[in-house]
Design a protein around this ligand. Structure first.
Ligand SMILES: [Zn+2]
Length: 228
């Protein structure tokens, strides 16, 4: 991996955003559930109505789908129905308030993120925090599962090393808790899919997209059960 790959994003345009600037208060971390090529294909499809600002591939290369890098973030469609309470304030519809970063990973509850992704992510967070002052607080860093776990979102998942990212990006601040929403029994069951997964696209994408659907369905049911 070259330093050039890590330092600035390549453009990967999408129609799935609103062309108005947002007041950035949070960063939301996701995993893609498919490979880079399929991710960018989905984001380029207006019917899917989904896109994050940035995508970080397994090798650390950065792609900018919705503008944010230069200091004005437009409204990307990455968080969907979502809510977050800081103890003081309650935030809803996090697309209005956050930059979304997708890490390429078939399922972060059972598959590791790469060294290159962690290094690039730290660089990206450092860059964005210079442009968006709210991101200088460790508390601004969230996972999709923290804000939308109630409807089954389970990314970035068990294998995302939050303590490592907080230590790298916010060494002077206490690391907030970001517990995964996927129940351990489900995680262990999902791990069995890794053993039989096809390795090459498009079969791997088709396989893991379905596993992702299953993950979200099971997590939503578990969240529902917990509320009753
Ligand atoms: Zn997500």
């Amino acid at each position: 991996m070259t330093a050039v790959q890590r330092s600035t994003p390549q453009s990967a345009p999408t129609p799935n955003f609103d062309a108005r600037p947002i007041d950035v208060r949070f960063l939301v971390i996701h995993y893609t559930a498919v490979d880079l090529e399929r991710t960018l294909e989905i984001f380029a499809d207006p019917a899917r109505k989904a896109a994050a600002h940035l995508v970080i591939d397994r090798d650390g290369a950065i792609y900018e789908c919705v503008p944010c890098w230069e200091g004005v973030a437009l409204r990307a469609w990455h968080a969907g129905r979502s809510a977050w309470s800081t103890g003081v304030d309650r935030w809803e519809t996090l697309n209005d308030w956050s930059i979304g970063i997708e890490l390429v990973n078939y399922n972060g509850n059972v598959i590791d993120f790469t060294q290159a992704q962690y290094e690039t992510l730290a660089h990206v967070i450092g860059h964005l925090a210079r442009n968006y002052p709210a991101l200088q607080a460790a508390e601004s860093l969230l996972g999709h599962e923290q804000i939308a776990g109630f409807r089954g979102k389970a990314d970035p998942g068990w294998h995302f090393d939050w303590p490592r990212v907080f230590a790298a990006c916010y060494p002077e601040q206490p690391a907030p808790e970001r517990p995964p929403v996927c129940p351990p029994a489900l995680r262990d069951a999902l791990a069995r899919f890794v053993e039989i997964a096809p390795e090459a696209a498009p079969a791997a994408n088709a396989f893991w997209e379905r596993v992702s659907l299953l993950t979200e369905t099971a997590v939503a049911l578990a969240a529902d059960g917990n509320r009753q």
